[in-house]
Design a protein around this ligand. Structure first.
Ligand code: F6R
Length: 602
């Protein structure tokens, strides 16, 4: 949700910024821009549209500099346009700023600045920042002081980076939006997320809220808003640069679907529930201590989107083991906080660890004295650091906006967590044994799936319905979400038994119904399938060989596995189906309209 990049050092600055923007584009693609500091001042180029539009504009311009910042935007205040694109500058074009987040008090700041003669050229909240810095500079303050004083007047959330004419320095700060520093042999990098500069360095500093970092080609320092030094450790990230590349696939989404065998192996192998307690944002060090869950009687999950579906799946895995669990959408948790008991563990399920709604809900839970656990993909993410404990799903970078491999890895991690907290001492080893057979079974689906053929058959349908029972229900919700977000077709997921209580009115011969026939409810699904078939709708069953009936039109077969884990396999078939439908409809699969990965605004 907006991506920031910054670089100072010996590499070609423009190329480094553009590489970073390419790697960050999954965070927003409404517009992009760069500002480079050079001897004449600051060169600024920004364009509405994707990074490719910016590159096309730059190709006919002379843009250079020895330090610079860049931005790829997901619009909040003001429509996508050249004027609203970042970087934004002050009146004299000497200060250029990129911002991710929302400045809540921007209206009053803008009014005050306008009244004292500042001219604004965009509709964004972010533009007040360079003007505030300008005001402090005019009052004779140093750039460092002017930057720090500006931050003190901002209310809201931000990751900000600034260059200023006259010096090769980048000033940056975070409060509520992610920002990470890269320490390389060729200089210093700054970004919203590690993949932005992963091909240049694996050594990073995860900044904390309230930190200011000042980067120059001779070094860096981290300070607080009053200028006092703060110490932040340098960590080495485990992700490889290849993990963030397309690797010969047409889309990141397809590549990430195909990465699931490896991702699941990583999520299972060598994990005797040994994930880390995060100390100072550090790497995984300690095991998840059994004493952490000793007094826990129930679990409250908090999540959004695909992670919410994974949490719903986890809720059922816990319930099967007699452990009370409830899943609440993070935004609803905040809107209407449910009662929590002392013996409840609050678990935030979040791929990015940066989703604003989930973080707010987790903070609300912490403020009520609850124990919190983050289940996340990103070491060093805000959720990992703010929660009492963190478990990492180890899926590797996910660049496609539509979550795929991380859903499978989340469910895999939740299955192990459920077995870990169950009373049965053999549960964990038997779940892990079953999980370790899934990579081969997923590979079998990837090799043999008929999803592409079914995509051809059904891509012109009027609507798509997905139904399932038990763990098939979150898979149905996920199947519908995936299809709607990347194909823009109307799709809905329902608990199969609810179909007859209303949604059946929508079912016609033009609305294929995808029945996730997994889990313990195979026989019960038969009734739903008959009801649907009787209305002339084509029925596609996703399940093992034996789960099809005469009334079924098509069958996406999954290999046999334990009923509680079969949903992971069924979901892979649905991912492929969505991908192929979106591909036939020529949608921009990795960058669906209006969406961005990592939703860092509420
Ligand atoms: C859907 C998707 C989103 C995310 C949601 C939560 O494909 O990616 O629905 O699942 O925005 O994001 P995280 O898991 O990062 O908290």
């Amino acid at each position: 949700m907006c991506g920031i990049i910054g670089y100072v050092g010996g590499q070609n600055v423009l190329d480094t910024l553009l590489t970073g923007l390419d790697n960050l584009e999954y965070r927003g693609y409404d517009s992009a821009g760069v500002a480079l500091r050079n001897d004449e001042g600051v060169d600024l180029v920004k364009r509405e549209g994707e990074v490719s539009a910016l590159k096309a504009a730059i190709s006919s311009l002379d843009v250079n500099g020895s330090s610079g910042i860049g931005h790829t935007r997901w619009s909040t205040h003001g429509e996508p346009s050249d004027a609203n694109a970042h970087p934004h500058t002050d009146c004299s074009n000497e200060v250029a700023v990129v911002h991710n987040g929302i400045i809540d008090n921007y209206s009053e700041l803008r009014e005050r600045l306008s009244a004292s003669g500042h001219e604004f050229t965009s509709e964004t909240d972010s533009e007040v920042i360079p003007h505030l810095v300008e005001e402090h500079l005019s009052a004779g303050k140093s750039p460092e002081k002017a930057f720090a004083e500006t931050l003190k007047t901002l209310e809201g959330s931000y990751a900000i980076a600034m260059v200023i004419s006259g010096e090769d320095t980048i000033y940056a700060a975070r409060s509520g939006s992610p920002l990470v520093v890269g320490i390389g042999e060729e200089g210093y990098y700054l970004a919203s997320d590690v993949p932005a500069f992963l091909e240049f360095t694996e050594d990073v500093i995860y900044l904390e809220d309230g930190d200011i970092v000042i980067l120059s080609d001779s070094g860096y320092k981290t300070i607080d808003e009053n200028g006092a030094p703060v110490s932040r450790s340098v960590e080495t990230v485990e992700w490889s640069p290849e993990g963030a590349e397309k690797g010969g696939f047409d889309h990141y989404m397809l590549k990430e679907i195909h990465e699931q065998p490896t991702a699941l192996e990583r999520a299972t192998r060598g994990r005797a529930l040994t994930d880390a307690r995060m100390t100072d944002g550090g790497a995984a060090t300690n095991e998840l201590d059994p004493s952490f869950i000793e007094d826990i009687e129930s679990v409250q999950f908090i999540a959004c989107g695909t992670s919410y579906h994974a949490a719903l799946y986890g809720e059922q895995l816990l319930a099967e083991r007699g452990i009370k669990a409830r899943t609440t959408l993070a935004s609803e948790f905040v809107a209407s906080p449910p009662p929590l008991h002392d013996d409840t563990l609050v678990i935030g399920v979040t791929q990015s660890g940066e989703t604003a709604d989930t973080l707010e809900a987790l903070r609300e839970a912490s403020s009520r004295g609850m124990k919190t656990l983050a289940i996340t993909n990103v070491i060093g993410s805000t959720a990992a650091r703010e929660c009492d404990e963190a478990m990492f799903i180890r899926a590797g970078p996910e660049i496609g906006v539509a979550a795929t491999k991380t859903f499978s890895s989340q469910v895999t991690t939740l299955a192990q967590f459920a077995a870990f907290v169950s009373d049965d001492p053999d549960d964990l080893s038997s779940v892990q044994a079953e999980l370790s057979s899934l990579p081969d079974k997923i590979q079998q689906i990837l090799n043999d799936s008929q999803a592409a053929a079914l995509a051809h058959k059904y891509c012109d349908a009027e609507s798509f319905f997905f139904v399932g029972r038990g763990t098939g229900h979150p898979v149905a919700l996920e199947g519908a979400l995936k299809l709607k977000e990347i194909s823009y077709e109307h799709a809905e997921g329902f608990p199969a038994g609810e179909l007859k209580h209303g949604p059946l009115a929508l079912v016609t011969p033009d609305t294929p119904v995808f029945a996730i026939n997994t889990g313990e409810n195979v026989d019960r699904m038969r009734g739903t399938i008959r009801e649907v078939a009787a209305r002339g709708a084509p029925v596609v069953v996703i399940g093992e060989e034996s789960t099809t009936f005469d009334e079924v039109t098509d069958h996406l077969v999954i290999p046999s596995t334990s009923p509680e884990l079969a949903g992971i396999l069924a979901n892979v078939q649905l991912q492929l189906l969505s991908y192929h439908i979106a591909s036939l409809l020529e949608r921009p699969i990795d960058k669906p309209r209006n969406l961005a990965k990592s939703v860092t605004v509420e």
